[in-house]
Design a protein around this ligand. Structure first.
Ligand code: SF4
Length: 364
């Protein structure tokens, strides 16, 4: 479906140029509800929003609960204040060491290279950095010199893993990304480079053969992406992941558990099965953080555990992600123990709730 005469569907730059960011444009794709229109008005001067034509084409025209719509069209709920919500619940600014480097864990850093995205996901954990017009996690700004950032990484030999993230790093040109990646590759102790990008989901045309060939020069490179719903696994998205995989770039997926969107077992199973079919390994299931403007997506931990109980043992082992929450203390697993202890000793429990006593917990 093409709405603009000069839109070249297969060209990612053309898709970016023709992003939808007015209610008039949006009306060409869906029947905008009064609530959606209100939220778009309220976003003026507060939150960015934009949707690639590719992603808009996946929206249900008439259903405001469509998972694609919920993730990309502003909602009036973003403006409700929730107890305990925070602009930076995972502590990126607490652990920030330079303009762009966040050093939270001993052997790895987050490299926040941009605040720009193709689509501003309404549930973004870094909403304050990416979507809030007045917010940023940068110490100064995106255009500041990169020297201190590279120097920090080079002068900390314990850093063996650098994650390029943002915003979405793939918003940059291949040339600019190559400058960053090649510079990191010159630092001997940086063993792996990871890229966190939602482009395979939001604009898979960005994953060009040229881009993949560029990355291949700098292995080992890993890419983590972010599919949340089976509707996002399209032939285009599958082809983008296939291109990455054929260039030796492992693709893993991080899903956020979102209320009313994917917090039911059948949707989650279908998503995970779909990911295996396109050779993308499910990695994390994130409990949604209580981020300002995002809290309406938070579901209960009990719901998350119920889903996990329905997955473990019922699906291929590596289809089952780890259920975790990210906090200022780091990532905390939320999955319940299957190894128990009581007055009579130790016992194990399987996915079917069958139990078995063990005499010595080390000799199972
Ligand atoms: S692409 Fe990623 S960083 Fe950008 S808004 Fe979506 S979730 Fe946030």
């Amino acid at each position: 479906m093409q709405k603009a005469h000069d839109l070249v569907w297969t060209d990612w730059r053309s898709q970016l140029k023709h992003r939808i960011s007015t209610v008039e444009d949006l009306r060409q794709w869906i029947n905008v509800t009064p609530d959606e229109e209100q939220a778009i008005q309220d976003s003026e001067g507060k939150y960015r929003w934009s949707i690639t034509p590719y992603y808009a084409a996946l929206m249900d025209k008439d259903d405001p609960m469509c998972p694609i719509r919920q993730q990309s069209v502003p909602s009036v709920q973003e403006f409700i204040s929730f107890t305990g919500s925070d602009n930076d619940p995972v502590g990126d600014t607490v652990y920030r060491k330079t303009n762009r480097v966040v050093h939270k864990y001993p052997d790895r850093v987050i490299f926040l290279i941009t605040e720009v995205c193709a689509v501003y996901c309404r549930h973004c954990t870094r909403k304050y950095h990416t979507t809030d017009l007045s917010g940023t996690y940068f110490e100064s700004n995106e255009a500041a010199s990169w020297e201190q950032d590279f120097e920090y990484i080079a002068s900390h030999p314990e850093i063996r893993d650098v994650l390029l993230t943002g915003g979405d790093p793939l918003t940059y040109s291949d040339e600019k990304l190559e400058l960053i990646i090649s510079r990191l590759r010159k630092i001997p102790h940086v063993e792996i480079i990871r890229i966190g990008s939602r482009y395979p989901v939001l604009l898979p045309q960005r994953i060009t053969p040229e881009f993949c060939a560029m990355l291949e020069k700098y292995h080992p490179i890993w890419l983590n992406t972010h599919f949340n719903h089976p509707k996002e696994i399209t032939p285009e998205a599958a082809a983008a992941c296939d291109r990455l995989l054929r260039h030796g770039i492992p693709v893993q997926n991080q899903t956020v558990l979102l209320k009313g969107l994917n917090d039911d077992l059948e949707t989650m199973k279908s998503l995970l099965k779909g990911l295996l079919k396109i050779r993308v390994r499910p990695y994390y299931l994130y409990h949604c953080d209580n981020v300002t403007g995002v809290s309406h997506f938070v579901t209960s931990i009990e719901k998350g555990r119920e889903i996990m109980r329905g997955l473990l043992g019922h699906m291929t082992g590596f289809a089952v992600p780890q259920y975790i929450v990210t906090t200022k203390l780091g990532k905390i697993p939320l999955w319940e123990e299957q190894f128990h202890q009581d007055d009579q000793g130790y016992w194990l429990e399987n996915y079917n709730h069958d139990t078995m006593r063990v005499d010595d917990p080390n000799l199972i």
